[in-house]
Design a protein around this ligand. Structure first.
Ligand code: GLC
Length: 805
């Protein structure tokens, strides 16, 4: 296989690229929680404030060619007129050396030409809403170098959807001018119809260097029938000092540099926003001026960068492991928790693939926050409260919401959305040991989907969810699938309103178990939950078993879905794994998971179901909304569903198989097998789906970055494979590991105490703890290998020794 175009530097938590024309943009997100951007290995990218749909700052041409453009571009023009860039794009002039790297919170791009080295570091300032372009030029040529430097960004009309379809009219509402007082370009999109007019930001683009010339018009900067790869104004050497009142805006700034031999110079550009351009223009300008002044202070950019790094180090250090597996360790310690922050921030909405309009998925965000519940429980709580406010009084929840956009949510009733809330509440309670947040009063959402109505505790919200499921059971006592369950495309089986979902039944059981535990911890009775569990278990025992595996559901005519008698989609992964997760139908669990291994494991991920239905124009394609065979829910390797299979195998104590499943969908592992060209997507971030065996492009990673795979891979790795799992009673130590491992270590904070956990595996088992001690005191394992609060109260740190066997 060809040499890989990248290398990981694990100590630096970095990936560095040596080739840049990858099959797709491999992006990194830069953010301070308010202002956000992504940037690719080639320098393409986009910036937005608060919402990628509503306050888009810079443009990105989704789906179009040239791919991955525009971005955050710097041009260097040498005295002889040669133009080159520190990033692979825009200028296509060959350079003597090029490298780029992504790391948590920043990306850095280096190129060398004619003795001049240029490094562009991009990161988001933490205290000011500005993207810092930190450019360092070093002259290694032996003589003086004079050059011109230009920074360029194409600006957007804020409203992504409207810009797409009505931009030709709306562009007459753009105003970009060079403000002499600020020594910066300011830009506003001035359309009165902005739904959050008072917040519409003033965008500014300034520098700490002297500005020699500027341009605010994209078309003037690039020239007729040209593009940002070779802009005419850069070629000319001087920008035209063009202001813009209507048209396609940009920020282009020019500064002149003279570098003596051996000298180094830093130039910073700042792309930022100040709130309120349309409500109080003068105030917004004053705020922009103050921000620029703060950013231009000596050492300010470096201080902001240090602050950013502290944030990331603090976040990642909450859980770090030492395991005898480089690829898995790299994901667990760095890249997976990194991706989880992105999905927690962006749900499924924005990446180089996703154009930023999808809002917050209810079930999606509830799952994403599981990976924050143990690192940033306050953040998880805040999102949980928000989600609860999107639940209707009958107990079901909306499917998608747009909190920043103030758009009414979308409510096509799914059978599962509300259930995911319970798992998040449980995870927060288990992590913190504090149940008071369950009593937080939160309104419901009126059926107009706008007005908050009534108020009930979070606990009551969850009970209403249970109620909803109980009131929507089908003829066999299993939950109706309604529009769909977790499988968005499974709905057609239940369009007449009678189809029932086995996965929702399993989810319901898990939620009831967790609620029962929470009820007890609250000093309440749990019998009501127990009765419902029993009822659901009975229904599953009666109807779920197909002989070798569990069915996925029953359709409108009560015909089984996922049965051996079917020609397509005869077996579904989730129905097997969730039976273990729900801990129901115990006698068949092992056989079901063995069937999943036999029927679904491709060696490069488990198929969601198999065989896929033939794609269009076959008659059957309608059953899966026309998805081609091998893609996504039609016989694809749905990565998120793989996580539940890993979790199930871990719960069954089959560490070897659990790790096999885990390892084989780590992107870097897949790339080692099929190569970068086939896999396409980032080597350091999970995809939603890989094309399955029914597709000739088997192994292609689709929809990367914004996927539920991130949170679940993180949760299964940290809590089920390594098995350091918060429960209401305390921290459970329950590893499921490959038998060949001698042991591993985990550093993890828990309820205020930093734990160093050393696990030894002298008997080379896959599962089971025979001895556990905290700071030398052995624990009685009669009630489980759990570190209860009394073992760690008032201690800053403790050493935990675990012996498996
Ligand atoms: C996508 C959706 C998620 C859904 C899954 C399976 O990941 O974001 O909500 O459950 O597909 O359909």
């Amino acid at each position: 296989m060809d040499k890989l175009p990248y290398r990981f530097y694990d100590n630096e938590r970095e990936i560095r690229f040596e080739r840049f024309d990858l099959p797709s943009p491999w992006i990194n997100y830069l953010s301070n929680g308010r202002l956000h951007a992504f940037v690719s290995q080639a320098g393409g990218g986009m910036c937005w404030w608060l919402s990628p749909m509503m306050f888009r700052v810079s443009r990105y041409r989704f789906y179009n060619m040239p791919i991955d453009s525009p971005g955050f571009y710097v041009y260097i023009r040498m005295a002889d007129g040669t133009v080159w860039s520190p990033t692979f794009r825009p200028s296509e002039t060959p350079v003597d050396f090029r490298e780029a790297g992504h790391a948590p919170g920043y990306s850095a791009f280096t190129a060398k030409k004619g003795g001049l080295t240029a490094t562009l570091k991009l990161f988001m300032a933490q205290d000011v809403d500005a993207l810092v372009w930190d450019l360092r030029l070093t002259n290694e040529s032996g003589g003086e170098i004079s050059c011109d430097v230009y920074a360029y960004v194409e600006l957007s009309q804020y409203l992504a959807r409207e810009e797409n379809i009505l931009g030709y009219y709306l562009k007459w509402n753009t105003r970009a001018v060079f403000d002499k007082d600020l020594q910066a370009i300011t830009y506003a999109y001035t359309a009165w119809m902005h739904p959050r007019k008072d917040d519409a930001p003033l965008v500014y683009f300034g520098s700490d260097a002297n500005i020699a010339s500027f341009c605010c018009s994209r078309d003037v900067f690039c020239g007729n029938y040209r593009d940002e790869r070779a802009p005419v104004e850069v070629q000319n050497g001087r920008l035209s000092d063009t202001n813009l009142q209507g048209g396609e805006p940009c920020g282009a700034l020019h500064t002149q540099v003279a570098l003596p031999a051996g000298a180094e110079k830093k130039i910073r550009f700042f792309l930022g926003v100040a709130k309120g351009a349309l409500s109080d223009y003068d105030k917004a300008v004053a705020a922009a001026k103050a921000s620029l002044a703060a950013l231009r202070e000596t050492g300010a950019a470096d201080r902001q960068f240090a602050k950013l790094q502290d944030w990331w180090n603090g976040h990642l250090d909450v859980y770090q492991c030492g395991i005898p597996d480089e690829d898995a360790m790299r994901m667990i310690n760095t890249w997976n928790p990194l991706q989880c922050v992105h999905t927690a921030r962006y749900s499924r909405s924005v990446s180089s693939d996703a154009s930023g309009v999808r809002g917050v998925g209810f079930r999606d965000t509830a799952q994403d926050m599981l990976a924050e519940a143990y690192r940033k429980p306050e953040w998880a709580k805040e999102m949980l409260f928000y989600l609860a406010s999107q639940q209707l009084e009958d107990g079901h929840a909306v499917h998608t919401a747009w909190p920043e956009e103030k758009r009414p949510p979308q409510d096509i009733t799914r059978s599962d959305d509300h259930i995911w809330m319970v798992y998040l509440a449980y995870a927060i309670a288990a992590e913190t040991g504090d149940l008071r947040f369950l009593d937080k009063e939160i309104p419901f959402l009126e059926t107009d989907l706008v007005t908050p109505v009534g108020s009930a505790t979070l606990w009551e919200h969850m009970l209403r969810g249970v109620d909803f499921t109980e009131k929507h059971l089908g003829e066999h006592g299993l939950p109706l699938i309604l529009f769909s369950d977790w499988n968005d495309h499974l709905g057609p089986f239940g369009r007449k309103g009678k189809g029932e979902s086995i996965m929702v039944s399993q989810q319901h059981i898990l939620a009831l178990r967790q609620l029962a535990e929470l009820a007890e911890a609250r000093g309440e009775r749990a019998e009501a939950f127990d009765r419902l569990i029993e009822k659901q278990e009975k229904a599953l025992e009666q109807f779920a078993w197909d002989g070798e595996w569990f069915l996925r559901g029953l359709d409108d005519e009560a015909k089984p879905i996922g049965a051996h008698t079917q020609s397509h989609a005869r077996i579904w992964l989730n129905a097997q794994s969730w039976m273990v997760i729900a801990d129901a139908c115990r006698e068949h669990q092992l056989e079901a998971m063995d069937s999943a291994a036999r029927e679904l494991d491709t060696g490069m991920g488990l198929l969601l179901n198999t065989p896929g239905y033939p794609g269009w124009p076959s008659k059957e394609a309608a059953m899966v909304n026309g998805l081609p065979a091998g893609y996504s829910e039609n016989g694809g390797v749905f990565c998120q569903a793989n996580c539940w299979a890993i979790m199930a195998e871990a719960l069954l104590g089959r560490g070897d198989r659990a790790w096999k499943y885990y390892k084989q969908i780590i992107p870097n592992e897949v790339i080692k097998k099929v190569g970068v060209e086939r896999y396409h997507a980032e080597a350091y971030a999970y995809c939603s789906t890989m094309l399955g065996k029914d597709n000739e492009k088997f192994g292609w990673g689709c929809v990367s970055q914004v996927t539920g795979t991130a949170a679940w891979m993180d949760v299964v790795a940290t809590q089920y494979l390594l098995g350091i799992r918060p429960t209401l009673k305390g921290l459970l130590i329950d590893p499921s590991i490959p038998a060949e491992w001698d042991g591993f270590t985990v550093e993890r904070s828990f309820r205020g105490c930093h734990l160093t956990i050393r696990v030894e595996n002298p008997d080379h088992v896959q599962h089971g703890v025979k001895e556990l001690s905290v700071d030398g005191r052995t624990l009685d394992l009669a009630r489980g290998a759990i570190i209860t609060d009394d073992r760690i109260t008032n201690c800053q740190s403790a050493i935990v020794h675990v012996t498996m066997g």
